[in-house]
Design a protein around this ligand. Structure first.
Ligand SMILES: NC(=O)c1ccc[n+]([C@@H]2O[C@H](COP(=O)([O-])OP(=O)(O)OC[C@H]3O[C@@H](n4cnc5c(N)ncnc54)[C@H](O)[C@@H]3O)[C@@H](O)[C@H]2O)c1
Ligand SMILES: [Zn+2]
Length: 353
């Protein structure tokens, strides 16, 4: 087992049977609830069941469309029905949807009970489960109702990834690329050299990737400054993701972020002097891993700009981006004009292989 210590909690990477029993060993929770969806119930729950004390299973339907106050309310109802008191533990066994919503539900229940994150998708292992952001979507607005609160522990077992679809795996891989690009050229170089789907040391790479996120959020837990670099690829990426939902080819989060990163690499050349050769290499890698993504959506630049201008991370109608000044180095609060965005969107349609 490998361990990363945050000031208030630990992230433990290794076999879940060992890490979960070690976490529970010296605890005396009055009750334990495990939140699952139909997929994590089928593929992941049997791994943790043998080491759990008496517990309740709260099953919710999978999918972002269920990341709502309505589902959170159903979680609370079951917690009340099971007489869970403030000395209880909630275990969130699932991807980012369960982690964000289960963490939110646990944090509000009786003003907050303990919760453990057991992320079971690559995206949630390297990204969502670390950093304390918890939320549900509200009236179609993503992550609009929520709070910051750290879990009591994060237990990461790369073996859970075996039952993920290749598309989900590739979605999480985009966030690993992002961590390398914004902070660590060595991560980027290793990801470039190894075929991601064959011969990669997942446990080691997941650990490195989490370490980047951990370092950044520790330095700026409430996103006043540095933490914004984690938004690289996300300003355009979120707009692409949202717009894709109204087409017959909706994109997964990481797929949209891959497109967003490529477009923002083009902006980085203009705005942050990113070296042209490095920009080419990044776009080449992204366009080979995500080669099947249809980029026709990029021609809807007015809609994309309109959407990203409303992004809750912007202030006063200014469009603020996190961009790269080199591979492994990033800047935040870089103001970009609509014309520059339009140029990057059409430039990417030509640069994407
Ligand atoms: N809190 C944060 O900092 C943060 C960061 C990034 C993303 N997020 C949030 O994370 C969510 C996306 O997370 P996600 O990509 O994990 O999606 P997800 O939680 O919807 O999971 C994707 C799919 O995989 C299934 N699944 C999960 N684990 C599995 C396994 N081991 N085997 C087979 N199937 C499995 C799920 O049931 C689901 O159908 C979004 O809501 C996003 O807002 C939060
Ligand atoms: Zn993301």
């Amino acid at each position: 087992m490998r361990q990363l210590a945050l000031p208030s909690y630990h992230i433990i990477i290794g076999a879940i049977e060992d890490s979960l029993s070690a976490f529970l060993k010296d605890k005396s929770y009055s009750s334990v609830a495990v939140i699952v969806d139909e997929n994590t119930k089928e593929h992941c729950f049997q791994r943790i069941e043998p080491v759990l004390p008496d517990h309740y299973v709260i099953q919710i339907p999978s999918g972002e469309q269920h990341k709502t106050l309505n589902t959170a309310q159903k979680i609370w109802s079951q917690m009340v029905q099971n007489n869970m008191d403030r000395h209880s533990l909630v275990i969130n066994l699932g991807g980012g949807v369960i982690g964000d919503m289960g963490g939110y539900a646990a944090s509000c229940y009786m003003r907050g009970v303990d919760f453990a994150q057991i992320p079971t998708t690559l995206l949630s292992q390297v990204d969502a489960s670390v950093g304390g952001k918890l939320a549900v979507d509200f009236q179609g607005l993503k992550n609009f109702i929520g709070l910051f609160r750290d879990p009591n522990v994060v237990l990461v077992d790369p073996k859970f990834l075996k039952t993920l679809t290749p598309q989900e795996l590739r979605s999480g891989y985009a966030e690993m690329i992002k961590h390398g690009l914004i902070q660590d050229v060595n991560i980027w170089n290793r990801l470039m050299q190894n075929d991601p789907w064959d011969g990669m040391d997942w446990e080691a790479e997941i650990l490195e990737s989490i370490a980047i996120k951990k370092k950044v959020v520790e330095a700026d837990p409430f996103e006043k400054g540095l933490r914004k670099i984690l938004n690289f690829g996300h300003t355009i990426g979120h707009a692409v993701e949202t717009l894709s939902f109204s087409t017959d080819k909706p994109l997964l989060h990481g797929e949209a972020i891959a497109v967003g990163m490529a477009a923002e690499v083009l902006l980085s050349i203009e705005k942050c002097n990113l070296n042209l050769d490095d920009a080419r290499i990044i776009i080449k890698h992204l366009s080979s891993v995500y080669s099947d993504i249809d980029l026709s959506i990029l021609s809807r630049s007015d809609e994309l700009i309109n959407y990203l201008t409303k992004d809750k991370k912007n202030r006063g109608g200014r469009r603020l981006f996190s961009l790269l000044s080199a591979i492994g180095k990033s800047e935040y609060n870089v103001e970009v004009s609509p014309e520059e965005i339009t140029a990057s969107l059409s430039g990417l349609q030509n640069a994407w292989l």
